[in-house]
Write a protein that binds this ligand. Structure first.
Ligand code: CP
Length: 308
């Protein structure tokens, strides 16, 4: 059970907390793909999404999750808000707090933004991605998807390929997967991976074939041009020739291996279309699971708030 005010990262979660969200997400998924019943767990509660960076999946999954739980869900609309007049993040948060908002879901380009907000508000804060630091709810839905497909984590080989250096998804997944007993291998060009990440308990290599060989799970990552200062690889065509995942490369993985990606995908860059659209891909299921996992998370934070 997540008996805490906020969810800011996977780094500080215990295995039992991660598993409790995964277990509850199973029940929530039956609503998302089946009955579509509206629950009253968050009746009379309010959720605001504050997205200082673009999003389709995360913002809408939280919106759907809140609606299924009976909450009132509003988007701040950062681009048309007083943020554009220079209002600070802390002042925005305090303003929302005074309106009685219960949950604030924040995405921001600055690492630590969700921590700053959480320190300044009474509401529960959920980190929906902060710079290159963490994207904990993406990792929770990824972990749930792996659990659903593989039945556990112990000794699974999970290979993450691509722009590791700029990836908050990779960092949150590494924290979770290593805690849960999986073997994590990171692969990409030397400029987008760092040997120092081995300190997090994973293997780092520039040899993609070695990384994919015998993997149970292969996770591609988006090349994040918006976070790169330039010059990290010659051009996208060369990147895709050397590090793009295609069916031939995927054939080195285990026969029952699954392909994951947090999306959005740069088709033809990090994933070739024939692999992306094949039966090994669980990317669409990750999207569905994202709603169920966020329902589970909001429910647990709510139960934690009522017990505190
Ligand atoms: N995976 C993910 O965070 O997608 P969005 O940017 O669309 O939210």
């Amino acid at each position: 059970m997540l008996c805490q005010k906020d969810l800011l990262g996977i780094r500080d979660l215990e295995v039992s907390q991660i598993m409790s969200v995964i277990e509850l997400a199973k029940d929530m998924k039956s609503i998302v793909v089946g009955s579509k019943d509206k629950l009253s767990i968050l009746k009379n509660k309010s959720i605001v999404t504050l997205f200082y960076e673009n999003s389709t999946r995360t913002r809408l999954a939280f919106t759907m999750a809140g609606m299924y739980l009976g909450a009132n869900v509003t988007d701040l609309g950062v681009a048309t808000s007083s943020v554009q007049k220079g209002e600070t993040l802390a002042d925005t948060g305090i303003t929302l707090d005074r309106m009685g908002i219960d949950y604030m879901i924040i995405r921001h380009s600055m690492s630590g933004a969700s921590h700053l907000l959480a320190k300044n508000v009474k509401a529960s804060v959920i980190n929906a991605g902060d710079g290159a630091n963490e994207h904990p709810t993406q990792a929770l839905l990824d972990l749930y998807t792996i659990y659903e497909k593989k039945g556990g984590f112990k000794d699974l080989k999970v290979t993450i390929v691509g722009d590791i250096a700029h990836s908050r998804v990779a960092r949150s997944n590494i924290f979770g997967l290593v805690k849960l007993g999986a073997h994590v291998t990171l692969a990409g060009p030397g400029t987008l991976t760092a040997k120092t990440m081995e300190a997090l308990g994973c293997e780092v290599t520039t040899d993609i074939k070695k990384a994919v060989r015998d993997a149970d799970v292969v996770m591609g990552l988006r090349i994040q041009m918006e976070r790169q200062k330039g010059g990290l690889f010659p051009n996208l065509r060369e990147y895709s020739q050397l590090y793009g995942l295609d069916e031939e490369m995927f054939s080195y993985a285990r026969p029952e291996a699954i392909l994951m990606h947090p999306a959005p995908v740069n088709r033809g860059v990090e994933l070739m279309p024939e692999l992306l659209d094949s039966s090994v891909s669980v990317i669409d299921e990750q999207v569905t699971n994202g709603v169920a996992v966020r329902m589970a998370l909001l429910t647990q934070l709510h139960e934690g708030r009522t017990k505190r």
